[in-house]
Ligand binder design. Structure first.
Ligand code: ADP
Ligand code: ADP
Length: 223
């Protein structure tokens, strides 16, 4: 169970985005994927969710090969994209009803999910009336509404103000107790705040894979 990545390689033309990346994530781990812009984080996440095709290597999600069973594996994963697109003209509840109908999930789950991500006070508003932090909660609701075992979050606090960051991290921490999470970010503090393990990616390669305690120790010694 969990996720196994083996020798994953992806080129865009001449640009090598992932270079034989291998790692595995156990069920229930909350793993930070840390790296600067261009490191390959998005390419890796898009490969896991089958949004792009890697050139070579294998991805196993709960023992299913993504390349062989793309639909089944995608159903096991909730994905919050960076700058997650939302239908701004819809009301929060209306939008989540729309999501449930696409994903063929029971509508009866909506209120529980709204509560879980802290959207209750805003649930009758239109999405374009919400603050960025609340828009991000709608994105999180969308990602978990089908009860996926795995959650992939791409830069989940980007563009939020400090208070919104604290609140969104609290929601992620709660959701993370019940799921396997991969969280991509270029911010060290985000990984420290939320993850139990960090995979450091640079120029398409893994340059470190360690527990958050080891990571903090090394990072402090650099300060
Ligand atoms: P990150 O998410 O860490 O910023 P990306 O996976 O987006 O990294 O990018 C990895 C590398 O691949 C970068 O050099 C980026 O410019 C390049 N890249 C990503 N997507 C494309 C694309 N569609 N076409 C060409 N190059 C791309
Ligand atoms: P991220 O840092 O999250 O990967 P980017 O701004 O790098 O976001 O990429 C936004 C979109 O542009 C993505 O779909 C990515 O695949 C594409 N892209 C990124 N770099 C390049 C590039 N050098 N050439 C063409 N497309 C790119």
């Amino acid at each position: 169970m969990g996720i196994i990545i083996k020798d994953l390689t992806k080129k865009y033309g001449e640009q090598l985005a992932l270079d034989k990346v291998s790692f595995s994530i156990k069920s229930g781990e909350v793993v930070g994927l840390l790296g600067p812009n261009g490191a390959g984080k998005s390419t890796l996440m898009k490969s896991i969710t089958n949004a792009i095709n890697p050139d070579s290597g294998d991805i196993l999600v709960n023992d299913f090969k993504v390349s062989d069973q793309p639909i089944e594996t995608k159903k096991m994963i909730g994905f919050l994209q960076e700058n997650n697109p939302l239908y701004m003209d819809m009301y929060v509840k209306e939008y989540l009803e729309f999501v449930t109908s696409i994903q063929k999930v029971e509508k009866s789950k909506i209120d529980e999910i709204i509560e879980k991500v802290g959207l209750t006070p805003e649930k009758h508003k239109k999405i374009n009336q919400l603050s960025k932090g609340y828009k991000q909660r709608v994105g999180l609701a969308q990602a978990i509404i089908s009860s996926p075992e795995i959650l992939i979050l791409d830069e989940p606090t980007n563009g939020l103000d400090p208070n919104q960051i604290i609140e969104i991290r609290e929601v992620i921490r709660e959701i993370g107790k019940e799921k396997t999470v991969i969280l991509s970010t270029h911010i060290m503090q985000e990984v420290e705040a939320l993850c139990s393990r960090v995979i450091l990616l640079n120029k398409g390669r893994i340059i470190a894979d360690q527990s958050i305690e080891e990571f903090k120790g090394q990072y402090r010694s650099l300060e």
